[in-house]
Design a protein around this ligand. Structure first.
Ligand code: ZN
Ligand code: ZN
Length: 402
């Protein structure tokens, strides 16, 4: 059982001495880094300019468009690419979520791990659905992994949005504003209005910047920034639909706001909201898992509402499932470590970290510990333990003796 998967500042897949980190949320891993898409919680690796990162050109340009700095040390990947490191090969697949979003299939001699990143499973107005990939271990997002998340057909949602804007808001002398995520949903709303109506679309702030990047990659989108002369004129005339990032305020009085997001199903009419989502819904996720034919399912994303999801997978699909955590997972189950093993690892680690105040990088420590037969997960777990006891403290790239 040399293949290991765990979540520790990102999704870590290891095989013998080598590994990869997918969507890391912190520095300190020695392995090659892969970024699935441009949403901030997945793209944090780009905050570490010294690290080499693999990502699509679309992801890179979206981050650039959003004003992220120091985006160097970037290696371009494309759909279908296979990148090899020792015994590990990473195969890139479409994720159907936002522009440039991908899933990573990690092949090792022992088996295959598919990491979905975020996935969209519908043919939408801007995206093709995520590819299902047969694998042994499926690491799947479950943002909307509860039965209440049962989204209507895309076209129905689109028609609802258009109906509200053109037959309710505008006739009442109000300008319809769609509050939504700047990457993905914003472009979907633009495309819906471009396709189904003649109503011009006005975009605000990051929604404009991101849409410009989409346009650069051949997406046929028509919109005017709210600060352009055309945008200002349209807003003054009141006959347009506005798309604005969630949480931003526009300096106009006669606006009627609606939320466009998968979370809409939770509002139940208390607020104007449309269930437009770039994530899979509950049934979509179960279907996707079935098509991937995994032996084990490890879930990430989601909170209290999706806590039951692994149980649904076990009951409905008969596949072993549990949330991904810092614990090491293999093809057969979770690695259980005895107390003696952890004790041995602790004393080895304390023999390795000898000079008080000196910063030891985590990648170096993991390599040294691997020479003594300890896995990355064991080393990390022991480091966490020693940090929690106040014996070590975390530094930017590793640890030092307190
Ligand atoms: Zn995302
Ligand atoms: Zn996500």
């Amino acid at each position: 059982m040399a293949l290991r998967v765990r979540q520790q500042r990102g999704v870590v897949v290891e095989y013998k001495g080598s590994g990869v980190v997918l969507d890391p949320t912190g520095n300190g891993h020695g392995y090659p880094v892969f970024v699935s898409h441009a949403h901030a919680d997945h793209a944090a690796a780009f905050k570490y300019p010294d690290r080499q990162k693999y990502a699509t050109e679309e992801t890179h340009q979206l981050l650039h468009g959003l004003g992220w700095k120091h985006l160097d040390n970037w290696q371009q990947i494309k759909l279908g690419d296979r990148i090899k490191f020792d015994d590990i090969e990473v195969h890139v697949h479409n994720a159907g979520h936002v522009l440039g979003s991908v899933q990573f299939e990690v092949n090792t001699p022992e088996g295959t791990v598919l990491y979905t990143g975020d996935i969209g499973l519908e043919e939408s107005y801007t995206m093709h659905p995520a590819e299902s990939v047969e694998c042994d271990v499926l690491v799947v997002e479950t943002t909307f992994g509860a039965p209440m998340f049962n989204f209507p057909k895309r076209r129905e949602i689109a028609l609802d949005m258009v109906r509200w804007a053109t037959m309710e808001a505008i006739p009442a002398g109000r300008i319809p504003v769609f509050k939504t995520d700047s990457i993905g949903n914003a472009q979907e709303v633009i495309r819906i209005f471009n396709t189904l109506t003649k109503l011009p679309v006005v975009t605000a702030k990051s929604a404009t910047k991101v849409s410009d990047v989409y346009r650069g990659f051949g997406h046929d989108l028509e919109y005017y920034d709210y600060k352009s002369p055309e945008g200002e004129e349209l807003l003054a005339g009141g006959k347009c639909a506005v798309i604005s990032p969630k949480g931003s305020k526009l300096p106009y009085e006669n606006l009627d706001s609606a939320l466009a997001s998968g979370w809409a199903v939770l509002f139940g009419g208390r607020q104007r909201a449309f269930a437009l989502s770039d994530h899979a819904d509950f049934k979509g996720l179960l279907g996707f898992i079935r098509r991937c034919k995994p032996k084990r399912v490890l879930t990430f994303h989601g909170g209290t509402m999706t806590r039951e999801f692994p149980e649904y997978v076990r009951k409905k699909l008969g596949v072993d499932a549990r949330p991904l955590s810092a614990k090491e997972e293999t093809l057969n189950g979770t690695v259980q470590r005895g107390e003696t093993r952890i004790k041995a690892c602790t004393s080895q680690l304390l023999r390795t970290i000898r000079i008080p105040g000196f910063e030891y990088g985590t990648p170096w420590l993991e390599r040294e510990m691997a020479k003594q037969g300890y896995s990355g997960g064991e080393t990390e777990e022991t480091l966490d333990y020693l940090v929690s006891r106040g014996i070590l403290e975390r530094t930017e790239k590793g640890v030092k003796m307190s």
